[in-house]
Design a protein around this ligand. Sequence first.
Ligand code: M1P
Length: 238
Amino acid sequence: MRCYIFDVDGTLTAPRKHIDSKFKTQFINWAKNKDLYIATGSDFIKTKQQLPQEALNVFKGIFCCMGNELRNSTGTIALKSNFMIPDDLNEDLERILVNSKYPIKTGTHVEFRTGMVNFSTVGRNASHAQRLEYTNWDSIHKERQSIADYINVNYPDLEASVGGSISIDIIEKGKDKGQVVSWLIDKGYNDIVFFGDRCVPGGNDWGIVRELEKSNIKHQWFNVEGPSYILPLLNVYK
Ligand code: M1P
């Protein structure tokens, strides 16, 4: 029994953007009679902003917050982690924010989600242009990677990874998107195909790839750069 897992930002959509309408139609047609799941670092509210209900409806399950929350396509919660982020991390993030060399701060820098924290020095209120500016700056200064490295060294029970374009995701160790693979295998799937844009170690899709590679089920994964990379690949899976 085969199923497909899709990341959202950078995979089904451009980061934090709505799904492209032409791609949406092609994707919905392709999805007929297939078992599809989402695995995103985002929460359900953001996912719903990016994917309209008709697109969400093609998914049997939506794993949000790095696999720490499972919802059905109408938003009903089926599973939820109750992990609480330690207070000292919160204080540390405030200190990192104040010391960040990036000059623009837009607000909402620490976002608590189910089982995780999302941290961004430019802030989640950044406009599209401000996101692009930060991403360019970060690609030179590697701020996000160094914050993630700091957290990984100093908080052995936590795990930080560079997620989308402006932030890092912090979770309880081991509670990354890899959880999705074990859940699906438990449901009886023995053939999993995954599409993500951050499939390398340190990226927030790596957990899925790691668990697929560890498993003894049939699997295939694709590191893509957005919807235009996915369409030709979908044709392989008629
Ligand atoms: O789904 C990928 C990432 O998308 C957003 O990242 P950013 O705002 O940095 O582009 C966040 O929701 C992040 O948590 C998530 O991993």
